[in-house]
Design a protein around this ligand. Structure first.
Ligand SMILES: [Zn+2]
Length: 165
């Protein structure tokens, strides 16, 4: 296999592979294998590595979505209401199936991020960054364990406090 740009043979490389994707941040695979161009550094992934990468990002998305406050997560029928379509239409929608609305499965049930559904309704792309730079998640009690009090709307990222310096 040769690099399409440099026309030199790609070198099989093994080790820890770290990749990042827009909105999701980075993942790493401990025992990755890939082909790398010795000249430009372009990487090409064998099927097994490509599958592991997809799985790692899928798992990361799941944990990022499910770590949001429970009040931000909605069920399919609420998604249908917001979009003004039937539940079946939500299920069959190729854009939604393809990941344009942030969602995750827990106990065989799919949970959707409400903010993502609303964004999708407006722009047809409900993806937004689920990670923040220069911020640190503090060890606060899990939102499910907090009492919900009627009051002013709590911002989506409550609990994430940016630190200076
Ligand atoms: Zn190259």
């Amino acid at each position: 296999m040769k690099c399409l740009k440099c026309h030199v043979a790609l070198k099989l490389t093994q080790g820890e592979l770290t990749l990042s994707r827009k909105h999701l941040g980075s993942i790493s695979i401990a025992n990755g294998a890939w082909y790398e161009c010795p000249k430009c550094g372009d990487k090409s992934y064998p099927d097994t590595t490509a599958t592991a990468i997809d799985q790692a990002f899928h798992d990361k998305l799941t944990s990022l979505v499910l770590s949001r406050p429970f009040t931000e997560l909605i069920e399919e029928k609420e998604v249908a209401e917001i979009l003004g379509v039937s539940v079946q239409a939500v299920n069959k929608n190729r854009a939604i199936r393809g990941g344009l609305i942030w969602k995750a499965e827990r106990n065989k049930k799919t949970w959707y991020l409400q903010k993502s559904v609303e964004l999708f309704k407006k722009t047809r792309d409900g993806r937004f960054s689920l990670v923040r730079r220069c911020s640190r998640r503090l060890a606060l009690p899990h939102p499910h364990k907090l009492k919900i009090i009627n009051g002013p709307h709590v911002p989506a990222d409550d609990g994430v406090i940016a630190r200076e310096g």
